[in-house]
Every structure is written in structure tokens, then in C-alpha cells.
Design a protein around this ligand. Structure first.
Ligand code: HEM
Length: 170
């Protein structure tokens, strides 16, 4: 009996090794090839994927004051987030931009500076990002691209601070 068990093990172990090696070599190890390079790094891999069903961008004018009513506090209205004066409709993500949610700080306003600084402080969520250092301006541009691939553009802010209104969008 003992010999039969030993014999069985001698036969089974190499087989098990081969099966395991095959399973490992077939498991998906790399990110999907179609995702753009900037999507492959850091936290963004766990974020929502880009969409292919976006509407053509609209160019409706809004003042910063008009934008305030679209902060999610009135749920009969859409939720808007402006980045560098371009306004995105983020209503379908009210789970993060709605009242009391993590990113509500960016709703109903242009909080470009805070996005660039990776800050959720209310005092940083302001439209004037002109004094950000180069690396934080790049972070801000990455967010712009992130939103551009995921949300419909519904308009633009007409009264951005003069320090940034003359800067090119990207
Ligand atoms: C502990 C730190 C943080 C963690 C663990 C975290 C985690 C996440 C996760 C998991 C998402 C994806 C949410 C979703 O798609 O539903 C997300 C999205 C996002 N995060 Fe953070 N985050 C952190 C800090 C910050 C900070 C400091 C900022 C300030 C700029 C920020 C801004 C954003 C924005 C704008 C989105 C995009 C939401 C969207 O439109 O899909 N996060 N974060």
C-alpha cells in the first residue's frame, strides 16, 4: 500500500508542475494593448475606461457664477466640472461628484488649481492655476485629457481670471 502511494506521487508531481506552468503562461499579465500610454500608469488603471460614445463638444457660454447651480445640490440639474475653462457634464458620476461625495469639491466650479495640486482642499479648488509649477501644470493637463475622453463637453467659462484666459488650453 505504502509503495502504491509513493508511486502515485512520483507520477502525479511532474504532471501537476506541467499543468501549473501552462496555466501561468496563459494568465493575462499585461494591460490591454489598446489603452493609451498615460492610462497604464499609477491609479488610473483602476479608474473608469475612456468612452467611445461621446457627443461632439458644445461651446455654450457660462460665467463662473452661472456654473455654481450645477454643483449637484439640485438633483433636477446636471452636474458640471470645469477644467481650464472647459465645462464637462459629469452627471452620470454623481456617486463621486454629488453632494457629500469625495470629489464634490470640483462640482459647479472651475477647480483647475486643486486638480493640478492633487488637493481636495476647498481653498485650492479655484480657476487660477497660473502660478502652478510645471509638474503640477502637467498633472492638470493629464486630468484635462482624462475628462475629455470620458465626459461630454457642454461649454466654456467666459470669465476665467485674466492670468489664465490667455493661456493655450494644452
Ligand atoms: C488616498 C488618496 C486617493 C485615492 C485612494 C483615490 C482613489 C480614486 C479612485 C479609486 C478613483 C476612481 C473612482 C471611480 O471611477 O469611481 C478616483 C478618481 C478620481 N480621483 Fe482620486 N483618490 C485619491 C486622492 C485624490 C486626490 C487628492 C484628488 C485631487 C485632485 C483626486 C481626484 C480624483 C478625480 C478627479 C477622479 C476622477 C473621478 C471620475 O471622474 O471618474 N483623488 N480616485
Amino acid at each position: 500500500m505504502f509503495l502504491v502511494v509513493i508511486y502515485g506521487l512520483v507520477l502525479a508531481l511532474p504532471l501537476l508542475y506541467l499543468v501549473q506552468r501552462r496555466a501561468l503562461s496563459q494568465s493575462p499579465q499585461s494591460p490591454p494593448v489598446d489603452s493609451p500610454p498615460e492610462e497604464k500608469k499609477s491609479l488610473k488603471t483602476i479608474m473608469q475606461p475612456p468612452r467611445d460614445d461621446l457627443d461632439p463638444p458644445k461651446d455654450d457660454p457660462f460665467t463662473l457664477d452661472e456654473l455654481k447651480q450645477f454643483d449637484g445640490s439640485d438633483n433636477s440639474k446636471p452636474i458640471y466640472v470645469s477644467i481650464k475653462g472647459t465645462i464637462f457634464d459629469v452627471t452620470r458620476k454623481s456617486d463621486v461628484y454629488g453632494p457629500g461625495k469625495s470629489y464634490n469639491i470640483f462640482a459647479g466650479k472651475d477647480g483647475s488649481k486643486g486638480l493640478g495640486m492633487s488637493s481636495l482642499k476647498p481653498e485650492d479648488a479655484v480657476p487660477d492655476y497660473s502660478d502652478l509649477p510645471e509638474n503640477e501644470k502637467n498633472v492638470l493637463n493629464d486630468w484635462f485629457l482624462f475628462f475629455q475622453k470620458r465626459y461630454n463637453i457642454i461649454g466654456r467659462v467666459t470669465d476665467m481670471p485674466t492670468s489664465v484666459s490667455n493661456l493655450a488650453n494644452l
